[in-house]
Design a binder for this molecule. Structure first.
Ligand code: ASP
Length: 754
């Protein structure tokens, strides 16, 4: 930042030395000498050409008007110029002819003539004054020098008057050639230093050792339409006290700018600024040609809050603003502001360090971060046998193999295990033979019962077989739980999107291309980032052919939609929110990569900066900003996307259709069919046996058995005895009788029959 120091005598340069000591690389000083009474316009014109805007003018108050007039004549007293007048009497000047200029003029004063104490001291002073000397262009009658001299005299007279008697202050003969001093001089000095008085410049207290004044007040005065007004006060005790409320600031601004139309520059981009389509017969002019969030916001700030007129214009090229290192120039909105073609720039303009070093920004009116816009995976068509998906084909095969092996092993172990060889008739204490129920059919039945979580009513008794069963149950438990846990996710397709989940995932692959808006803050985030992931992403973006950069957000969204998941767009979260409301097949991937805000930009030294900033804060606090955002972000009723998590309809998204679980019905159907087939086979086999036993034709046996099977009311079936062949029938009878007796003995626990 460059400051210009203008002085017009040698003392000025000496005074300004203190300021010049503070020159740094960031604060440069340009020092020029004005010539009193001469034409200073060429010098001021050349200064204007350098683009300096901050001027410190050090000259006696009677020459201020002359120099400012010259500046005004060469248009060096315009918008964005700030003048600080060093003369402490400057506030007494009548600068009426310059009041309506748009430059900021500030000066300091150390006493307020309208203050009651000052006014009474002034009255005393006036009464004692013999002639009234008036400074040309000066409204008041007392200068700072006179006020300070008067206060100094008052301090001494008051000290003398109030001196104790022993000082005996009397006129003495002065002898210039003696070295003798006034004996009481030191005591009187001490008395003077500890004797505070109140003068024109308020209370005067002095430092006991240095004798310097310790308290004084400074007021900062600013030139407005009504003359110089106090904007802040300073003293050593209280520091700065600002005298103006945000309302005063906007009132003063409105007063100063009432005849001016603010030029507000923006760019076209939904939902910030959109060109309105005229209704039939309607001709749109001026600001009515546009609508959008930016227009509503600037209207609220300038028209509703600050009561100023404004005119919207679109920046040529529709760019946000980036710095071209070759031409050393800014383009887009920032360039437009720097060329002083507009007072304010508003759109989704991100506040960045680089931009902030060239223009000023208000407090952010919206906060956001970079995120990834990508298209949603198209759900795979529902599959009939999707219930098989929780396990891979390999796992199903291994499970089937495990089932067969365990069933076989159970069968073998049971045959080896003595405990599994049981007495078929427990009542018979010394059976002739033992029975083993773990033939392959029962072994398979036990293993299938447990993996289906149904169990079985026959259980092994041997150590090895029980251990084997335990292990199989453990296996069944884990497999069933894993299957159940995965099943829901697979049936609703939720876990099927195996693509990118974050910026890191994007950086680690090359299949999906990604890009940003060209020349925007998002691309400069990646270009400047020190994070290795983002650096890698920037490298990939730069080297991608065809280019992955787009001109604006709309083009980026279009590319994501058309690319069939081959392109992801790095975009600001606010814009993503807007797009997600309107495009149901888009989604945001991952969180925010950074955090920043949009601000209204303006050239440095804008007089209206505080007022516009205050208006933004006021709108934020009143909830107006949220209201505006809702108005422009929400999709028109009925056309928005319903998020999957929200609402009842969301819940129905998790419902499974026949398409998803149809396969289970198919399996059940096939199973039933196979059972029916087996049943028919069993029945026919039985018919064949009956036909042989009963010496009937197979057809007779078939119809007899079928008729009986279909007599549903019959619940008991008589035992069919084969037709007698004498001796066989006798032995049969004997064995049948003994078996009946044994059963009866079992029933009544009678040992007699055994
Ligand atoms: N809002 C951004 C900007 O101000 C645009 C972007 O890069 O996404 O540059």
């Amino acid at each position: 930042m460059t400051y210009t120091l203008l002085y017009d005598d040698d003392h000025g340069l000496i005074r300004l030395q203190e300021i010049l000591k503070h020159a740094t690389a960031d604060h440069k000083w340009m020092v020029r000498r004005l010539k009193p009474g001469e034409d200073n316009r060429p010098l001021l014109k050349s200064l204007k050409a350098t683009g300096v805007t901050r001027v410190i003018l050090d000259c006696p108050s009677d020459r201020v008007l002359e120099y400012l007039r010259h500046a005004n004549e060469v248009k060096f007293f315009e918008d964005y110029m700030s003048y600080v007048l060093m003369s402490l009497d400057a506030h007494t000047l009548d600068l009426e002819e310059l009041r309506y200029g748009l430059s900021n003029v500030t000066c300091l004063r150390i006493f307020d003539p309208s203050d009651s104490t000052t006014a009474s001291s002034l009255a005393d002073w006036k009464a004692s004054k013999s002639d009234n000397v008036k400074i040309p262009g000066q409204a008041h009658e007392i200068t700072v020098e006179a006020a300070l001299a008067s206060d100094a005299a008052k301090l001494i007279t008051s000290a003398v008057e109030s001196a104790p008697d022993e000082f005996k202050i009397e006129a003495q003969k002065i002898q210039c050639d003696t070295e003798s001093q006034w004996e009481l001089g030191e005591e009187f000095t001490n008395h003077l230093l500890t004797h505070p008085i109140t003068g024109i410049t308020d209370k005067i207290t002095l430092d006991n050792t240095t004798g310097e004044r310790t308290n004084f007040n400074v007021e900062i005065m600013e030139l407005s339409n009504s003359g110089f007004n106090s904007i802040a006060k300073w003293n050593a005790k209280t520091g700065f006290l600002y005298a103006r409320s945000p309302n005063d600031v906007s009132n003063i601004l409105a007063e100063k700018w009432q005849n001016k139309t603010f030029r507000v520059v923006s760019r076209i981009g939904a939902p910030y600024l959109i060109e309105r389509t005229p209704k039939e017969g309607e001709v749109l002019t001026g600001n009515d040609r546009y609508e959008g969030y930016s227009k509503d916001l600037i209207h609220e700030i300038l028209k509703e809050t600050l009561h100023l007129n404004y005119e919207l214009e679109i920046v040529p090229g529709n760019g946000y603003g980036s710095y071209d290192k070759e031409t050393k120039k800014w383009n887009g909105l920032i360039g437009h502001l720097l060329e002083r073609k507009a007072e304010l720039a508003i759109c989704d303009l991100t506040i960045t360090y680089e931009r902030r070093s060239s223009v000023d920004f208000t407090t952010p009116f919206m906060t956001l971060g970079i995120s990834i816009l990508y298209s949603k995976p198209t759900p795979p068509p529902p599959e009939l046998f999707s219930f098989l998906k929780p396990f891979s084909v390999d796992v199903w095969i291994y499970m089937a193999a495990a089932y067969l092996i365990v069933s076989l092993l159970l069968h073998i172990l049971a045959r080896l295990a003595p405990n599994d060889w049981e007495n078929p008739h427990p009542c018979d204490k010394s059976p002739e033979e033992l029975e083993n129920i773990w033939h392959i059919k029962n072994s398979c039945w036990l293993t299938v019962g447990s993996i289906m979580t149904q169990g079985s009513d026959i259980l092994p008794k041997g150590y090895s077989t029980r251990w084997l069963c335990g292990m199989w149950w453990f296996f069944a438990l884990i497999m069933c739980s894993s299957y159940t846990a995965n099943l829901a996710a697979f049936l609703t397709n939720a876990a099927m999107d195996d693509s990118i989940k974050s910026a890191e995932d994007l950086a680690l692959q090359t299949k999906i291309k990604y890009g940003t808006v060209e020349g925007g803050s998002t691309s400069s985030f990646f270009r400047r980032s020190n994070v290795s992931t983002y650096q890698r992403m920037w490298g990939a973006m730069e080297s991608a052919r065809p280019s992955v950069f787009v001109k604006n957000n709309d083009e980026g969204v279009e590319r994501v939609l058309k690319s069939k998941r081959a392109y992801a767009f790095l975009m600001e979260s606010t814009a993503i929110e807007y797009q997600l409301e309107r495009h149901c097949d888009l989604m945001q991937v991952g969180g925010l990569l950074d955090s920043k805000g949009y601000g209204i930009a303006m050239p440095f030294d804008s007089l209206y900066r505080t007022a516009v900033d205050n208006a933004v804060l006021k709108l934020a606090e009143s909830g107006k900003l949220v209201e505006l955002k809702n108005r422009w972000w929400q999709a028109p009723e009925g056309s928005g996307c319903v998020s999957e998590e929200a609402g009842e309809e969301g819940a129905s998204a998790a419902e499974l259709g026949v398409d998803n679980v149809g396969g289970v019905f198919v399996v059940l159907g096939i199973g039933c069919g196979m059972a029916a087939g087996m049943g028919a086979f069993e029945f026919l086999w039985h018919v064949r046996e009956v036909a042989i036993e009963q010496k009937m034709t197979q057809a007779e046996a078939f119809w007899a058995e079928l008729t009986f099977a279909l007599s549903f009311w019959e619940t008991e079936k008589p035992v069919q005895h084969s037709r007698p062949s004498s001796s066989a029938s006798e032995s049969n009878m004997a064995s049948r009788a003994s078996s009946v007796l044994r059963s009866a003995a079992d029933l009544f626990h009678l040992d007699v029959f055994k």
